[in-house]
Design a binder for this molecule. Sequence first.
Ligand code: AMP
Length: 224
Amino acid sequence: MTSGRFSVTLMMGAPGAGKGTQAVFACEALGVPHVATGDLLRDHQRHGTVLGTTARVYMDRGDLVPDDLVMGMLIERLQQSDAANGALLDGFPRTLSQARALDDGLGAHGGGVRAVVYLDVPTDVLVRRLSGRRACANCEGTFNVDLQHLPADGSCPACGDQLVHRRDDEPSVVAHRVQVYLQETAPVLEYYREKRLVREVDGSRPVDEIKSGVLQALKQAAPP
Ligand code: AMP
């Protein structure tokens, strides 16, 4: 069992599976930062970095951003002070080559993957949830017009800024993202299953029940 800065727990699940919400609970329990590659990429876009500009082309199409870009960005993030005890990774790795690159990258620093929490949700539920999603560009909060009562003026209930329908949350792009996810990540899940690191949680239940399942799964994983 690995511990320290380069020891990470993974939160896996298709877009719309509720990874963001559950990751907050998991991070509290583990005392580590939530590192979502999608958020990091959007940060780069907002700051107008070269990486952000390059990544935008792929993201707007709902395609994966090339591995070397995402992996470099992630290692940089794990070197920041708040990741001294590792991190909870959300949205990474999505492909087998990213999983291998992650093992190599973490292993080179004496770390590794501690456990994988997988949120399992049927495809039709995913597409429905994602099409109704609205995001706040200011506080990174995500909300759902079908599941929540949101302010009529389209403002963010958390910070008051304007909510947006992300281009990659439009129905045609959503169906493609789910398809890409399932195709690309099935082998990743299998890779970690073979290492006996996967803890499956039924992600179609109410948020509180999923939370209990996630916390239980983290307890089952050996402590760092
Ligand atoms: P997300 O916010 O996790 O749904 O990610 C939004 C978009 O960011 C995805 O559709 C991809 O274009 C890109 N992205 C996020 N994480 C990764 C990753 N691990 N590898 C490649 N592309 C990614």
